[in-house]
Design a protein around this ligand. Structure first.
Ligand code: ZN
Length: 339
Protein backbone atom coordinates (compact mmCIF):
# COMPACT_ATOMS: atom_id res chain seq x y z
CA UNK A 1 0.00 0.00 0.00
CA UNK A 2 1.11 3.52 -0.72
CA UNK A 3 0.75 4.62 2.92
CA UNK A 4 2.85 1.78 4.26
CA UNK A 5 5.69 2.31 1.87
CA UNK A 6 5.50 6.12 2.06
CA UNK A 7 5.76 6.54 5.81
CA UNK A 8 9.17 4.97 6.37
CA UNK A 9 10.58 7.00 3.52
CA UNK A 10 9.43 10.25 5.16
CA UNK A 11 10.84 9.18 8.52
CA UNK A 12 14.14 8.45 6.86
CA UNK A 13 14.20 11.87 5.28
CA UNK A 14 13.49 13.54 8.64
CA UNK A 15 16.26 11.58 10.29
CA UNK A 16 18.73 12.65 7.61
CA UNK A 17 17.76 16.28 8.14
CA UNK A 18 18.46 15.92 11.87
CA UNK A 19 21.89 14.45 11.15
CA UNK A 20 22.59 17.25 8.71
CA UNK A 21 21.64 19.87 11.33
CA UNK A 22 23.97 18.26 13.84
CA UNK A 23 26.77 18.21 11.31
CA UNK A 24 26.25 21.92 10.60
CA UNK A 25 26.36 22.64 14.31
CA UNK A 26 29.56 20.67 14.76
CA UNK A 27 31.03 22.44 11.79
CA UNK A 28 31.13 25.63 13.79
CA UNK A 29 28.06 27.47 12.52
CA UNK A 30 26.73 29.42 15.46
CA UNK A 31 23.31 28.06 16.30
CA UNK A 32 21.46 28.00 19.56
CA UNK A 33 21.38 24.74 21.48
CA UNK A 34 18.31 22.62 21.00
CA UNK A 35 17.10 23.05 24.57
CA UNK A 36 16.80 26.81 24.91
CA UNK A 37 15.15 27.59 28.26
CA UNK A 38 11.68 29.04 27.97
CA UNK A 39 12.79 32.11 29.89
CA UNK A 40 14.71 33.19 26.80
CA UNK A 41 11.45 34.25 25.21
CA UNK A 42 9.98 35.71 28.35
CA UNK A 43 10.65 39.20 29.65
CA UNK A 44 14.00 39.38 31.37
CA UNK A 45 13.22 42.93 32.41
CA UNK A 46 10.80 45.82 32.01
CA UNK A 47 11.07 49.39 30.84
CA UNK A 48 8.60 52.23 31.18
CA UNK A 49 7.50 53.87 27.93
CA UNK A 50 5.95 57.24 28.77
CA UNK A 51 4.12 59.79 26.62
CA UNK A 52 3.55 63.27 28.00
CA UNK A 53 1.21 66.18 27.30
CA UNK A 54 -1.86 64.37 25.94
CA UNK A 55 -4.56 63.64 25.38
CA UNK A 56 -4.62 65.47 22.06
CA UNK A 57 -6.06 65.12 18.59
CA UNK A 58 -3.27 62.73 17.63
CA UNK A 59 -3.54 60.45 20.65
CA UNK A 60 -5.68 57.99 18.71
CA UNK A 61 -2.90 57.58 16.14
CA UNK A 62 -0.43 56.96 18.96
CA UNK A 63 -2.72 54.38 20.57
CA UNK A 64 -3.09 52.58 17.24
CA UNK A 65 0.68 52.29 16.81
CA UNK A 66 1.14 51.10 20.38
CA UNK A 67 -1.61 48.52 20.01
CA UNK A 68 -0.30 47.28 16.64
CA UNK A 69 3.07 46.69 18.27
CA UNK A 70 1.75 45.03 21.41
CA UNK A 71 3.03 47.88 23.59
CA UNK A 72 1.60 49.36 26.75
CA UNK A 73 2.71 52.72 28.08
CA UNK A 74 2.13 55.33 30.75
CA UNK A 75 0.41 58.50 29.60
CA UNK A 76 1.29 61.58 31.65
CA UNK A 77 -1.78 63.63 30.89
CA UNK A 78 -2.31 67.37 31.23
CA UNK A 79 -5.52 67.97 33.22
CA UNK A 80 -6.83 70.64 30.94
CA UNK A 81 -6.37 68.34 27.92
CA UNK A 82 -8.22 65.56 29.70
CA UNK A 83 -11.12 67.90 30.40
CA UNK A 84 -11.23 68.85 26.72
CA UNK A 85 -10.73 65.29 25.38
CA UNK A 86 -12.49 63.04 27.85
CA UNK A 87 -13.28 60.29 25.36
CA UNK A 88 -9.64 60.17 24.26
CA UNK A 89 -8.57 59.73 27.88
CA UNK A 90 -11.05 56.87 28.10
CA UNK A 91 -9.57 55.39 24.93
CA UNK A 92 -6.11 55.44 26.53
CA UNK A 93 -7.35 53.25 29.37
CA UNK A 94 -9.36 51.03 27.01
CA UNK A 95 -6.17 50.45 24.99
CA UNK A 96 -4.43 49.15 28.12
CA UNK A 97 -2.43 52.29 28.90
CA UNK A 98 -1.80 53.66 32.37
CA UNK A 99 -2.90 57.22 32.95
CA UNK A 100 -1.00 59.62 35.19
CA UNK A 101 -0.86 63.27 36.29
CA UNK A 102 1.26 65.83 34.39
CA UNK A 103 -0.22 68.99 36.00
CA UNK A 104 -3.25 71.05 35.00
CA UNK A 105 -1.81 73.27 32.26
CA UNK A 106 1.90 72.51 32.09
CA UNK A 107 3.07 75.48 34.15
CA UNK A 108 6.46 75.84 35.80
CA UNK A 109 5.32 74.48 39.13
CA UNK A 110 8.36 75.28 41.23
CA UNK A 111 7.38 78.94 41.15
CA UNK A 112 3.95 78.16 42.62
CA UNK A 113 2.95 78.47 46.25
CA UNK A 114 2.22 75.26 48.11
CA UNK A 115 -1.52 75.99 47.90
CA UNK A 116 -1.31 76.50 44.15
CA UNK A 117 0.57 73.22 43.72
CA UNK A 118 -2.06 71.45 45.78
CA UNK A 119 -4.89 72.92 43.76
CA UNK A 120 -3.20 72.21 40.41
CA UNK A 121 -2.49 68.54 41.12
CA UNK A 122 -5.80 67.75 42.76
CA UNK A 123 -7.75 69.40 39.94
CA UNK A 124 -5.82 67.24 37.48
CA UNK A 125 -6.44 64.10 39.50
CA UNK A 126 -10.16 64.89 39.51
CA UNK A 127 -10.29 65.46 35.76
CA UNK A 128 -8.53 62.16 35.06
CA UNK A 129 -10.65 60.24 37.54
CA UNK A 130 -13.85 61.81 36.26
CA UNK A 131 -13.03 60.98 32.62
CA UNK A 132 -11.56 57.51 33.06
CA UNK A 133 -12.60 56.21 36.47
CA UNK A 134 -8.93 55.79 37.31
CA UNK A 135 -7.28 57.62 40.18
CA UNK A 136 -3.72 58.56 39.16
CA UNK A 137 -0.87 57.35 41.35
CA UNK A 138 2.00 58.81 39.34
CA UNK A 139 2.97 62.42 38.74
CA UNK A 140 5.56 63.94 36.45
CA UNK A 141 6.25 67.64 36.89
CA UNK A 142 6.30 69.68 33.64
CA UNK A 143 9.88 70.09 32.34
CA UNK A 144 11.00 67.71 35.09
CA UNK A 145 11.21 70.76 37.37
CA UNK A 146 10.61 69.89 40.98
CA UNK A 147 11.48 70.76 44.57
CA UNK A 148 10.81 69.33 47.99
CA UNK A 149 7.55 71.27 48.45
CA UNK A 150 6.14 69.94 45.19
CA UNK A 151 7.19 66.41 46.07
CA UNK A 152 5.52 66.55 49.46
CA UNK A 153 2.31 68.01 47.96
CA UNK A 154 2.28 65.23 45.36
CA UNK A 155 2.89 62.65 48.01
CA UNK A 156 0.04 63.99 50.16
CA UNK A 157 -2.27 63.41 47.17
CA UNK A 158 -1.10 59.83 46.77
CA UNK A 159 1.11 60.66 43.79
CA UNK A 160 4.55 59.21 43.29
CA UNK A 161 6.86 61.56 41.38
CA UNK A 162 8.42 59.99 38.27
CA UNK A 163 10.98 61.86 36.17
CA UNK A 164 12.89 59.76 33.58
CA UNK A 165 16.16 57.92 33.04
CA UNK A 166 16.37 58.47 29.28
CA UNK A 167 15.20 61.58 27.42
CA UNK A 168 14.28 60.69 23.83
CA UNK A 169 14.65 64.39 22.86
CA UNK A 170 11.55 63.98 20.69
CA UNK A 171 10.35 67.37 21.97
CA UNK A 172 13.59 68.83 20.60
CA UNK A 173 13.15 67.60 17.03
CA UNK A 174 14.99 64.29 17.37
CA UNK A 175 14.91 62.08 14.27
CA UNK A 176 13.25 58.68 14.26
CA UNK A 177 16.64 56.98 14.43
CA UNK A 178 17.75 59.20 17.32
CA UNK A 179 14.60 58.31 19.25
CA UNK A 180 15.13 54.61 18.53
CA UNK A 181 18.74 54.93 19.61
CA UNK A 182 17.75 56.64 22.87
CA UNK A 183 15.35 53.79 23.66
CA UNK A 184 18.21 51.40 22.92
CA UNK A 185 19.96 52.70 26.03
CA UNK A 186 17.12 51.66 28.35
CA UNK A 187 18.03 49.14 30.99
CA UNK A 188 15.78 47.02 33.18
CA UNK A 189 13.57 49.18 35.37
CA UNK A 190 14.26 52.41 33.52
CA UNK A 191 11.84 54.96 32.12
CA UNK A 192 12.02 56.90 28.84
CA UNK A 193 10.49 60.33 28.17
CA UNK A 194 8.50 60.66 24.95
CA UNK A 195 5.55 62.81 23.92
CA UNK A 196 2.05 62.58 22.59
CA UNK A 197 1.53 64.40 19.30
CA UNK A 198 4.91 63.90 17.63
CA UNK A 199 5.04 62.02 14.32
CA UNK A 200 8.68 60.93 14.67
CA UNK A 201 7.84 59.39 18.03
CA UNK A 202 5.00 57.36 16.56
CA UNK A 203 7.18 56.32 13.64
CA UNK A 204 9.90 55.14 16.04
CA UNK A 205 7.68 52.76 18.01
CA UNK A 206 7.97 49.65 15.78
CA UNK A 207 11.79 49.86 15.87
CA UNK A 208 11.81 50.62 19.59
CA UNK A 209 9.76 47.50 20.22
CA UNK A 210 11.96 45.39 17.96
CA UNK A 211 15.05 46.60 19.82
CA UNK A 212 13.52 45.90 23.24
CA UNK A 213 12.37 42.50 22.04
CA UNK A 214 15.87 41.61 20.84
CA UNK A 215 17.11 42.38 24.36
CA UNK A 216 14.26 40.46 26.02
CA UNK A 217 12.94 43.67 27.56
CA UNK A 218 9.21 44.30 27.70
CA UNK A 219 7.20 47.46 28.22
CA UNK A 220 5.92 47.45 31.77
CA UNK A 221 4.05 49.64 34.19
CA UNK A 222 5.71 52.11 36.51
CA UNK A 223 5.46 51.04 40.12
CA UNK A 224 3.73 53.66 42.30
CA UNK A 225 5.88 52.51 45.21
CA UNK A 226 9.31 52.58 43.59
CA UNK A 227 8.90 54.67 40.42
CA UNK A 228 10.66 51.89 38.49
CA UNK A 229 9.33 49.93 35.53
CA UNK A 230 7.97 46.55 36.59
CA UNK A 231 5.80 43.77 35.17
CA UNK A 232 2.22 44.85 34.51
CA UNK A 233 0.01 43.73 37.36
CA UNK A 234 -2.66 42.58 34.93
CA UNK A 235 -5.04 45.08 36.40
CA UNK A 236 -4.69 47.60 33.62
CA UNK A 237 -3.80 50.56 35.80
CA UNK A 238 -1.77 51.10 38.95
CA UNK A 239 -4.42 53.56 40.08
CA UNK A 240 -7.18 51.02 39.82
CA UNK A 241 -5.84 47.48 40.07
CA UNK A 242 -9.29 45.94 39.86
CA UNK A 243 -10.01 47.35 36.41
CA UNK A 244 -9.88 44.41 34.00
CA UNK A 245 -7.64 44.98 30.99
CA UNK A 246 -9.12 44.82 27.49
CA UNK A 247 -10.52 41.39 26.85
CA UNK A 248 -11.57 40.78 30.42
CA UNK A 249 -8.51 39.25 32.03
CA UNK A 250 -4.96 38.12 31.65
CA UNK A 251 -3.40 34.76 31.03
CA UNK A 252 0.14 33.44 30.95
CA UNK A 253 1.89 32.29 27.80
CA UNK A 254 5.12 30.32 28.07
CA UNK A 255 7.35 29.60 25.11
CA UNK A 256 9.74 26.71 24.57
CA UNK A 257 11.83 25.59 21.60
CA UNK A 258 11.41 21.86 21.10
CA UNK A 259 13.30 21.82 17.77
CA UNK A 260 16.20 23.95 16.61
CA UNK A 261 17.86 23.29 13.27
CA UNK A 262 20.62 25.14 11.48
CA UNK A 263 18.32 27.43 9.55
CA UNK A 264 15.07 27.41 11.52
CA UNK A 265 13.41 26.44 14.78
CA UNK A 266 10.04 25.58 16.20
CA UNK A 267 8.42 27.56 18.99
CA UNK A 268 5.75 25.95 21.15
CA UNK A 269 3.64 28.27 23.31
CA UNK A 270 1.41 27.03 26.12
CA UNK A 271 -1.30 29.31 27.49
CA UNK A 272 -2.62 28.97 31.02
CA UNK A 273 -5.33 30.89 32.82
CA UNK A 274 -7.80 31.16 29.94
CA UNK A 275 -9.36 28.92 27.31
CA UNK A 276 -10.16 31.77 24.92
CA UNK A 277 -7.09 33.94 24.53
CA UNK A 278 -5.14 36.37 22.42
CA UNK A 279 -1.36 36.26 22.56
CA UNK A 280 0.85 38.93 20.98
CA UNK A 281 4.31 37.72 19.95
CA UNK A 282 7.19 39.97 18.89
CA UNK A 283 9.53 38.65 16.17
CA UNK A 284 12.95 39.91 15.19
CA UNK A 285 13.66 40.78 11.55
CA UNK A 286 14.96 39.20 9.32
CA UNK A 287 13.55 36.10 11.02
CA UNK A 288 10.24 35.06 9.45
CA UNK A 289 7.50 32.67 10.50
CA UNK A 290 6.79 30.15 7.74
CA UNK A 291 4.48 27.58 9.30
CA UNK A 292 1.91 27.80 12.11
CA UNK A 293 -0.40 25.40 13.92
CA UNK A 294 -3.21 25.29 16.49
CA UNK A 295 -4.21 28.96 16.43
CA UNK A 296 -5.49 31.78 14.26
CA UNK A 297 -2.50 33.90 13.26
CA UNK A 298 -2.28 37.45 11.95
CA UNK A 299 0.62 39.86 11.43
CA UNK A 300 1.22 43.58 11.43
CA UNK A 301 2.34 45.27 8.21
CA UNK A 302 6.02 44.82 9.02
CA UNK A 303 5.67 41.13 9.78
CA UNK A 304 7.36 41.47 13.16
CA UNK A 305 4.32 41.41 15.42
CA UNK A 306 2.15 38.30 15.36
CA UNK A 307 -1.23 38.05 17.03
CA UNK A 308 -2.47 34.55 17.79
CA UNK A 309 -6.02 33.75 18.84
CA UNK A 310 -7.32 30.48 20.21
CA UNK A 311 -9.23 28.44 17.63
CA UNK A 312 -10.57 25.63 19.76
CA UNK A 313 -7.53 23.37 19.24
CA UNK A 314 -6.41 23.54 22.84
CA UNK A 315 -4.03 25.74 24.76
CA UNK A 316 -0.80 25.08 22.91
CA UNK A 317 0.07 26.68 19.59
CA UNK A 318 3.26 26.67 17.59
CA UNK A 319 5.13 27.99 14.62
CA UNK A 320 8.30 27.50 12.62
CA UNK A 321 10.64 30.46 12.21
CA UNK A 322 13.31 30.76 9.53
CA UNK A 323 16.42 32.36 11.06
CA UNK A 324 17.49 34.11 7.82
CA UNK A 325 20.94 34.73 9.26
CA UNK A 326 19.89 35.72 12.78
CA UNK A 327 20.35 32.53 14.80
CA UNK A 328 20.27 34.17 18.22
CA UNK A 329 16.91 35.95 18.41
CA UNK A 330 13.86 34.20 19.78
CA UNK A 331 10.22 35.33 19.72
CA UNK A 332 9.06 37.35 22.68
CA UNK A 333 5.68 36.95 24.33
CA UNK A 334 4.43 40.51 24.67
CA UNK A 335 1.00 39.97 26.12
CA UNK A 336 -1.64 37.37 26.88
CA UNK A 337 -5.23 38.51 27.18
CA UNK A 338 -8.27 36.41 27.96
CA UNK A 339 -11.21 36.55 25.61
ZN1 ZN B 1 5.24 67.89 29.43
Amino acid sequence: MFGKSGSPRRLGHTARLAVLATAIAMGGVAIATAAVPSSAAACNGYVGLTFDDGPTGSTTALLNVLRDNGARATMFNVGQNVQNNRSVAQAQVAAGMWVANHSWNHAHMTSMSQAQMQSDLSQTNSAIQSATGVRPQLFRPPYGETNSTLQSVASSLGLRQVIWDVDSQDWNGASVSAIVSAAGRLQNGQVILMHDGIQNTRDAIPQIMANLSSRNLCPGMISPSTGRAVAPDGGGNPGNPTTPPPGGGTCTATASYPNVWGDRYNTSVTVSGASNWTVVVGLTSPQRVTTTWNGTFSWDGGGTVMTVRSNGSGNTFGFTTMMNGNSAARPQIRSCAAG
